[in-house]
Design a protein around this ligand. Structure first.
Ligand code: DX5
Ligand code: ZN
Length: 214
């Protein structure tokens, strides 16, 4: 079953409560946290997740594009995140492992994210304990970029690894997803689709969400 996770990065930040209610026909809310170091952009942090938690029961899928994310796992979990994804490139493997352990202790679902340069096999040390693998289909940092075709191969490869090692793990894709690229990433093995500009930039948000379901 495909899940749609609109990214509020493309929403109106002055009206986030309204913007989250506009996507109520979707499955998850995707929250992009950026620190201006791991990626060039700065977006939102813990207090915003806390406020979002108070205004929606939807699943909060929090994508941490920050250096050394182990420092913030507890804070985002306490703020009300349902799932946290940490980038494999953001710290030493021992610290990625520590971040995943903290997620388990805090009772949040565990995800790892891969920049386009990172190979599918990089998930192997962690895969058995994961709830989600997030494959970037653009360079992380900004909404509205074109889909990177080369990532279809990584998606297929990660799908093979998930099916073999941990079939319950979800495979999420993020970046440049619209109704046309959605079909192709789903054919390659994705089951969870993040979309920012193609949802919030559409004249009818509910129709845009339906269009992604194919
Ligand atoms: C980019 C973010 C994405 C972004 C996707 O670094 O992780 O979640 O919002 O935006 P679109 O769907 O416009 O490519
Ligand atoms: Zn994201």
């Amino acid at each position: 079953m495909i899940k749609i996770a609109p990214s509020i990065l493309s929403a109106d930040f002055a009206n986030l409560e309204r913007e989250v209610h506009r996507i109520s026909s979707a499955d998850w809310v995707h929250v992009d946290v950026m620190d201006g170091a791991f990626v060039p952009n700065i977006t939102i942090g813990v207090p915003v997740v806390k406020s979002l938690r108070r205004c929606t029961d939807m699943f909060l899928d929090v994508h941490l594009m920050i250096d050394k994310p182990v420092r913030y796992i507890e804070a985002f979990a306490q703020a009300g995140a349902d799932l946290l994804s940490v980038h494999l490139e953001a710290d030493h493997p021992t610290q990625i492992e520590a971040a995943l352990q903290q997620m388990e202790q805090c009772g949040v679902k565990r995800g790892v994210a891969l920049r386009p340069i990172t190979k599918a096999e990089a998930i192997l040390p962690y895969l058995e304990q994961l709830d989600l693998v997030l494959i970037m289909t653009v360079e992380p940092g900004f909404g509205g970029q074109p889909f990177l075709e080369g990532q279809l191969e990584t998606i297929s490869h990660v799908r093979t690894l998930i099916d073999r090692i941990n079939p319950a793990c979800r495979l999420e894709v993020d970046g440049g997803i619209n109704p046309e690229t959605a079909k192709r990433v789903v054919a390659a093995g994705a089951d969870t689709l993040v979309a920012g500009s193609s949802v919030y930039g559409a004249p009818d948000v509910a129709l845009a969400i339906e269009a992604l379901r194919g």
